[in-house]
Design a protein around this ligand. Structure first.
Ligand SMILES: CC(C)(COP(=O)(O)OP(=O)(O)OC[C@H]1O[C@@H](n2cnc3c(N)ncnc32)[C@H](O)[C@@H]1OP(=O)(O)O)[C@@H](O)C(=O)NCCC(=O)NCCS
Length: 181
């Protein structure tokens, strides 16, 4: 089982070391602190209001790597990025996993999200998934280029499908990568 290789040490582009590992029960406080450091517009791509301590408490309480695998990057003792692989073992999307990723603004453009997504892709392949998806708003240029660099392709745009912080309708961009052998 691939999860046994964690925690894992990786180096960012500036050679600074970080640790990658699945989220643990004891991470509740540092995960909440991490989300509070994210700009509100960056939290919009997440499904829950992660500034609410009860939401994090619930995530941690219901931690189940067979449904959502949250991978965190740590600089010593604080979380600096969070990536999740979400999947559904039954139903017609059971071959798919959805990736969501956020990174601490202080740690961006150092290859951190690339490292986390590459780890999530290896885990997804090990879990037997065949396709990965990412859902983006058009304003998230950096995320678009990042997923494109990693082999994801834009397959659909859902017009006026989501609402931004100012309650304006925006398109939702769906990106997909096939990972079946
Ligand atoms: C998107 C996000 C996770 C990127 O994190 P990061 O750690 O800075 O990303 P990395 O340093 O690994 O990679 C950035 C890549 O984006 C691409 N990129 C970024 N800006 C780009 C631009 N203007 N033109 C072309 N490529 C660009 C590059 O490919 C770059 O990789 P490279 O430097 O190796 O060429 C981060 O900006 C973030 O948290 N944004 C807010 C949340 C979000 O948009 N999440 C995605 C929705 S699921």
């Amino acid at each position: 089982m691939i999860l046994y290789q964690y925690p894992k040490s990786e180096n960012l582009k500036d050679e600074s070391p970080i640790t990658i590992r699945p989220l643990r029960k004891e991470d509740e406080k540092i995960l909440h602190e991490y989300f509070l450091r994210l700009p509100p517009e960056d939290r919009m791509c997440l499904r829950d209001d992660v500034t609410d301590p009860k939401v994090i408490e619930n995530w941690i309480y219901n931690l189940d790597y067979d449904v959502v695998l949250p991978l965190v990057a740590l600089d010593i003792d604080h979380i600096v990025a969070n990536g999740t692989l979400q999947f559904d073992p039954v139903g017609w999307t059971k071959h798919q996993g959805e990736i969501r990723i956020t990174c601490d603004p202080e740690y961006r453009k150092k290859g951190l999200a690339t490292i986390l997504i590459e780890n999530l892709m290896q885990i997804a392949a090990d879990f037997g998934l065949e396709q990965l998806t990412a859902e983006l708003a058009p304003a998230l240029d950096e995320a678009y280029f990042l997923f494109e660099k990693l082999g994801f392709q834009e397959v659909a745009v859902l017009k006026d499908f989501i609402k931004d912080l100012k309650e304006n309708y925006q398109d939702l961009v769906l990106m997909v990568k096939n990972i079946s052998p």
